[in-house]
Write a protein that binds this ligand. Structure first.
Ligand SMILES: [Zn+2]
Length: 467
């Protein structure tokens, strides 16, 4: 028989190949064999009846978290259930990322950016160039795709932040900067500063919606400014998410939340930016504690949530409903003069955070005709695949990676997924296992030595370093 697997009766949406209609998808090993109408059922070893579903190129998620602090033991399953096929842990830390990739795999491809954090991967808030080069080289040899600046949570000085971007650009490793420094915050001022710090260099600024929560000006004015800055500064790439809740640390040291973003969220709603203020916010339902339940993380509030938070010595993640509708919507739909999306991709910033809503949220925008189905696919798969340098993903051409996300158009929920020709999600249940690490030439040997299969990318060819 010619094919291993045949998906029959779905509506295939693949803007790269101009497909939007009822077609069958034939898979051969881990690649797409053929997409064509009414294929012969006798041509494949196994048939999947997926009629009435939408089949799109597998979702590529450029921003998620699997660390222990965020209860990352559940992240792979939460991503798989959300229809994600490939994802990047933007911050690691690498050792925790690797541990969960080995033990908690759900059949996904995942890569990792190593965090630049004082006291953890660098010695101070003002690390030297030599120290940063050492961190860069070690991270890449371990298997990471690059570095993540956590400015909004654990800021470095502006000079050091600039040095990190320079050191990453030097050897073209991936560089993502959650805006904010020792002199600004995770807000429009931090965003402006990171745009300035990246002048003449390449930089990925994540979750643009999150800097426009109305902390300094009206949310609408902040998001308008952010989109204008992105349109003018083509050295930047970005993504945004659709969830109302953010994700940050509930950890407190000496009576104060360790994360600057947590302090800001408390202040935004009139709470004291202290441990006591956070406790009150959890009791009142404004701060939501991430609690593991039945293999996933959920949001919990009230006295029981305070107990969970205390039982973990406050070192758990919390979510606040702080993303405004105007920032989420404008990031999703705004285009530049040439008709391209200013923000090319959706990225949930989920994983362990219970906000893996990219598919559901994008489908809602399709239903309300804010996005066409093709535009949704661009933002969920085609563009993020280019961001990650996975040129065999993001489309369903013959010979492309057999990564597919299946969506029930009635509910807008992902219902099946296939990664590398293997079923990962089926009727909403996870049937995948194991993990493939997305890494580079530099990290391949180390990852293979850890016993994990690899998928190689060249960061110099990603959207970040496009000519
Ligand atoms: Zn994040």
């Amino acid at each position: 028989m010619e094919y291993d697997l045949l998906l029959k009766g779905c509506r295939v949406i693949d803007p790269t190949n101009k497909h939007n209609g009822k077609l069958d998808v034939a898979i051969c090993g881990d690649k797409i064999g053929l997409v064509a109408p009414e294929m012969d059922p006798g041509s494949a070893r196994k048939i999947l009846d997926v009629s009435a579903s939408w089949a799109i190129p597998g979702v590529v998620e450029m921003h998620m978290h699997t660390s222990k602090r965020h209860r990352g033991e559940n992240a792979h399953r939460m991503l798989a259930r959300a229809g994600v096929c490939t994802a990047v842990d933007t911050g690691g830390p690498w050792d925790e990322f690797l541990e969960y990739s080995k033990t908690q795999g759900a059949g996904l491809n995942v890569g990792c950016l190593q965090q630049v954090r004082d006291g953890l991967t660098v010695a101070s808030k003002d690390p030297t160039r030599a120290e940063l080069r050492e961190l860069r080289d070690k991270s890449m040899q371990d298997g990471a795709l690059g570095l993540k600046l956590l400015g909004g949570h654990y800021p470095l000085t502006p000079d050091a932040s600039r040095r990190v971007i320079e050191v990453a650009n030097e050897t073209k490793v991936y560089i993502m900067f959650h805006s904010g420094s020792t002199v600004t915050g995770s807000n429009i001022e931090g965003f402006r500063e990171s745009v300035d710090l990246a002048q003449g260099l390449r930089l990925h600024i994540p979750h643009v919606n999150s800097y426009c929560r109305g902390q300094r000006e009206r949310s609408l004015d902040e998001i308008t400014e952010a989109l204008n800055l992105l349109e003018r500064n083509r050295n930047l790439v970005s993504e945004s998410y659709l969830a109302t809740i953010n994700g940050t640390s509930g950890g407190c040291i000496d009576g104060m939340p360790e994360s600057k973003a947590t302090q800001q969220c408390l202040a935004l709603a009139g709470y004291e930016p202290t441990e006591a203020g956070l406790e009150q916010a959890i009791l009142n339902g404004y701060a939501r504690v991430n609690v593991g339940l039945g293999g996933e993380n959920i949001n919990m509030t009230g006295p029981e949530a305070v107990r969970h938070w205390r039982n973990r010595g406050t070192m758990t993640s919390v979510n606040f409903p702080v993303n405004t509708a105007e920032s989420r919507l404008l990031c999703a739909v705004m285009k530049d003069a040439s008709g391209e999306f200013i923000i090319p991709a959706f990225a949930s910033d989920g994983g362990a955070h219970p906000r893996n809503v990219s598919v559901r949220g994008a489908m809602a925008l399709v239903k309300t005709e804010c996005l066409t189905p093709e535009e949704m696919v661009l933002k969920l798969s085609t563009n993020p695949a280019r961001m990650l340098g996975c040129f065999g993903k993001g489309h369903l051409s013959a010979g492309a990676d057999a990564d597919i996300t299946g969506i029930d158009p009635a509910t807008g929920e992902p219902v099946y997924s296939i990664v590398g020709g293997k079923l990962v999600l089926w009727h909403g249940a996870i049937v995948g296992s194991g993990t493939t690490i997305v890494t580079t030439e530099l990290g391949e040997a180390r990852v293979l030595a850890e016993g994990l299969p690899v998928q190689k990318v060249d960061v110099a060819k990603t959207m970040l370093y496009r000519p």
